[in-house]
Write a protein that binds this ligand. Structure first.
Ligand code: FES
Length: 92
């Protein structure tokens, strides 16, 4: 099953259930700030507008309401998140 991830005005299909949401976003050539990639630092935090994510392990970093840590989660449903997508990117 393919999942649609919408970030800014860009959307893409996310099919690989084994990769983190951060890896899926990076695969699209979209940069997200990160450091630990394990849920410790909170640097990769993005705002979740719609949908739900599932964490591989419960993150240590504080996560404000309506935010997610894409480095240590994946999604099983269509989601909308806020991020910064390069202007030259267009949706597939
Ligand atoms: S990169 Fe550190 S919590 Fe995601």
């Amino acid at each position: 099953m393919s999942i649609i991830v919408k970030i800014d005005n860009y959307s893409f299909m996310c099919a690989d259930d084994s990769m983190s949401l951060l890896e899926a976003i990076e695969d699209q050539g979209i940069d997200v700030e990160y450091q630990c990639r394990q849920g410790f630092c909170g640097l990769c935090r993005l705002k979740l507008v719609e949908g739900k994510v599932t964490y591989f392990d419960e993150p240590i970093a504080f996560i404000p309401e309506n935010y997610i840590l894409p480095c240590c989660c994946k999604t099983k449903e269509d989601i909308v998140i806020e991020g910064t997508v390069p202007k030259e990117k267009t949706s597939v």
